[in-house]
Design a protein around this ligand. Structure first.
Ligand code: HEM
Length: 483
């Protein structure tokens, strides 16, 4: 079925889309060829800045369904009754690679989930890992610089990666995780997701709970070995993206069982680990995972640029009953994302179809800016007003948190059992003999590319502090490879 004549951007019919207009046969091209000029100019402006991290990704829409009663812990309306459904959009990603990079690489995977709730959009911008490399946002740009291209060589450099990790011993837990079996998922469907940070839930009575989210894949965990990933990354750079789209096209909708660890607020001060330290998990024996939902992805985006590249997720997008914790990484992220969106997509990014609320509407007095669509029509743009404008509720989304002491550049507080290595050691000792062997091989493969002995020694020493056997075996494996 024809859609009618091709037109210019202004809708006028185009006579010729094959030959540009010239001054006579074989002559120079004329400036009056509006269709040609417009076409070339639009083409030059097709790209927007790619995400500074997590540039490479794939997304899908779906449904979140409540399966367990969490109303004693949160007053969030979308969690208010069993069976309640909320539309979601999830964008998966890798972290370090640029927009065109291969999917099958050793890297954390982003797990960014937008719930289109009736109280506004709630974004949970997590990863497939329960912990992270650092615990203070002030180190994030430095960390990412070591993961990205070196300013001189233009490539990712093992020297930079291991220099930073070895000098940041708090990364030992996440690095042990990343070089273990789960470091290269076979697809986005075959991995778990985590909110990673601790967040606040608060109930109708105003009681506070600290929570950690878990999304357990119902497809089962499947991973690639380093050798399998190396091959796949070359043969099919789009492997994860294609797998997700095709599974949904086949009607094989991926699902995750959603759970939460819940800590009563009073426990936080004396818990054996600092519950707001992103380099640590809460052992399930201390706080079991309570199931409360099911996530299903069931609809592919129709246009990748509009719905995936322009999608924005912010850890600062909370809804009533949910809020931040004092985690210093999370606090930094509350600023970082909105700022990135304003730069990357523009001041009206929140109002694009994929980003705007779907189950309510945004009612602000903010106006105008690039690409404003006039959605407020003639409504007054100030407050207070007596023309029926939107008004404040006087009820904060989350409860206040008690603070003590003086302002200052304070390190994250250390609790009774906290140090940088204890949970890395526990993770290592949990692994089977085979898993340990692959972990050592993967780490040694990467560490042996480092050019300086002192960096290698410092890195090995961190793993030795996690577990003596871990350090000894890694040292031997690196030596064998470096000769
Ligand atoms: C203070 C530390 C961090 C900072 C400053 C930071 C900053 C950013 C920025 C600027 C982006 C690009 C946003 C955009 O252009 O739309 C991004 C993307 C992302 N970050 Fe972080 N990040 C931090 C830590 C983390 C952590 C700990 C996680 C997971 C637990 C995480 C998960 C993600 C994900 C999943 C995305 C991709 C979102 C999407 O799909 O659009 N980040 N981050």
């Amino acid at each position: 079925m024809t859609q009618g004549p091709l037109t210019t951007e202004a809708g006028a019919p185009v006579a010729d889309n094959q030959n540009s207009e010239t001054a006579g046969i074989g002559g120079p091209v004329l400036l009056q060829d509006q269709h040609l000029l417009e076409k070339l100019a639009h083409f030059n402006r097709e790209r927007i800045p790619e995400r500074v991290v997590h540039a490479r990704g794939a997304g899908a829409y779906g449904t979140f369904t409540v399966t367990g009663d969490v109303t004693p812990y949160t007053r969030a309306a979308f969690l208010s009754e069993i069976g309640k459904e909320t539309e979601v959009f999830l964008r998966f990603s890798t972290v370090a690679g640029n927009l065109g990079a291969a999917d099958a690489v050793r890297d954390p995977r982003g797990f960014a989930l937008k719930f289109y709730t009736e109280e506004g959009n709630y974004d949970l911008v997590g990863n497939n890992t329960p912990v992270f490399f650092i615990r203070d946002a002030i180190k994030f740009p430095d960390f990412i610089h070591t993961q990205k291209r070196d300013p001189y060589t233009g490539s990712q450099e093992a020297d930079n990666v291991w220099d930073f990790w070895s000098l940041s011993p708090e990364s030992t837990h996440q690095v042990t995780w990343l070089f273990g079996d789960r470091g290269i998922p076979a697809s986005y469907r075959h991995m778990d997701g985590f909110g990673s940070h601790t967040f606040q839930w608060n109930n109708e009575a105003g009681e506070v709970f600290w929570v950690k989210y878990h999304f357990k894949t119902d497809q089962g965990i499947r991973n690639l070995t380093q050798a399998e990933a190396n091959r796949l990354a070359g043969e099919d750079p789009d492997s994860h993206q294609r797998d997700l789209r095709q599974a949904i096209e086949r009607g094989e909708y991926p699902t995750w069982t959603v759970g939460v660890q819940i800590m009563p607020a009073a426990d936080a001060a004396t818990y054996r680990f600092n519950p707001f330290d992103l380099t640590k998990v809460w052992p399930h024996a201390d706080y079991p995972v309570i199931e409360f939902g099911r996530l299903e992805l069931n609809r592919n985006p129709e246009n990748i640029f509009a719905e995936v590249e322009q999608s924005i997720f912010s850890p600062a997008h909370f809804v009533p009953g949910i809020g931040p914790s004092p985690d210093k990484m999370l606090q930094g992220r509350l600023f970082g994302y909105g700022d990135a969106h304003r730069y990357r997509v523009g001041i009206n990014a929140d109002h694009l179809p994929v980003n705007r609320p779907h189950a309510t509407e945004a009612r602000t007095h903010s106006r105008d800016g690039y690409l404003y669509d006039g959605r407020h029509k003639g409504a007054k743009n100030y407050e207070p007003n007596s023309f029926g404008g939107p008004h404040q509720t006087d009820r904060p989304l989350w409860q206040p948190v008690a603070v003590t002491g003086l302002t200052g550049d304070h390190p994250t507080p250390v609790h009774a059992e906290d140090n940088d290595f204890v949970q890395a050691g526990n993770l290592y000792r949990l692994m089977s003999e085979d898993e340990k062997g692959r972990l050592i091989d993967n780490l040694a493969g990467s560490l042996s590319q480092v050019s300086r002995d002192d960096i290698v020694d410092r890195a090995v020493n961190n793993f030795r502090q996690a577990d003596g056997d871990f350090g000894k075996r890694l040292e031997a494996a690196v030596q064998a490879l470096r000769g």
